[in-house]
Design a protein around this ligand. Structure first.
Ligand SMILES: CC(C)(COP(=O)(O)OP(=O)(O)OC[C@H]1O[C@@H](n2cnc3c(N)ncnc32)[C@H](O)[C@@H]1OP(=O)(O)O)[C@@H](O)C(=O)NCCC(=O)NCCS
Length: 201
């Protein structure tokens, strides 16, 4: 017996199965799951100064949940209420023609009411875990505005290192904006995992 659709439209619904419903976060508890059609109206973006790229086409199809392809995306969900809190996304960047030299660049957007309580940090940490656990890749990237201090802090808490400035890369609100390029390498991710693993006694 399904839930009433009005409930789903509020972003409250059962987890979608068939992917990996439970992606435990090392921080606050969030889940990542494929985005479905009823989520799309909740995942509009564009409501923060760092995400305001002007009018954008209405999305009619969910992004692919396949980590190997891109652009892709997953919903960020509260595991208790199943409420949709936002989404994580990725595109693939190439630093050389061979597959080994491709890296996902991740992004995140949260609904306004979900911000400021650790969800963004946890959601990106969960996505990074998925990439390193499932794919044989060496590097995950992220990019954020030089003024987006919250996102910078979230990335650095996960272990991302700032590599340098990406000059005049984004056109938003009538001006070009600089950003920081970040990366996290597999060996750093592994070291952080080992460092946070509970010790047996
Ligand atoms: C950016 C975003 C994903 C962050 O997620 P969030 O859940 O709000 O952030 P968190 O609660 O995980 O906080 C991240 C860190 O920023 C810190 N922080 C909060 N306000 C801050 C400020 N003004 N300056 C510096 N750090 C700040 C938090 O204390 C936290 O650090 P801590 O873990 O050491 O305490 C979310 O706010 C969002 O969706 N914003 C709009 C879209 C956007 O900017 N997306 C990113 C584009 S690159």
């Amino acid at each position: 017996m399904g839930r009433p659709s009005s409930c789903l439209h509020r972003g409250v619904g059962p987890p979608v199965t068939g992917y990996r419903d439970a992606v435990p976060s090392p921080l606050v508890d969030v889940r990542l799951r494929p985005i479905v059609g009823v989520d799309l109206g909740l995942l509009h973006g564009g409501d923060s100064e760092f995400d305001d790229f002007g009018p954008r086409p209405v999305r009619t199809e969910p992004p692919s949940p396949d980590l190997r392809s891109g652009p892709g995306g997953l919903a960020v969900v509260d595991p208790a209420s199943h409420a949709v809190l936002g989404m994580v996304s990725w595109v693939w960047q190439r630093w050389g023609p061979n597959p080994e030299s491709a890296s996902p660049m991740i992004g995140v957007w949260l609904r306004r009411e979900a911000r400021g309580r650790g969800v963004g940090t946890a959601a990106q940490a969960a996505l990074v875990d998925l990439f390193f656990e499932r794919l044989r890749l060496h590097r995950v990237e992220a990019h954020t505005d030089v003024d987006n201090l919250v996102e910078q802090r979230a990335l650095e808490r996960i272990g991302f290192r700032r590599e340098g400035v990406v000059r005049g890369a984004q056109w938003r609100r009538g001006a070009w904006h600089d950003g920081w390029l970040y990366s996290l390498l597999r060996e750093e991710w592994l070291a952080a995992r080992e460092g946070s693993a509970p010790t047996g006694g």
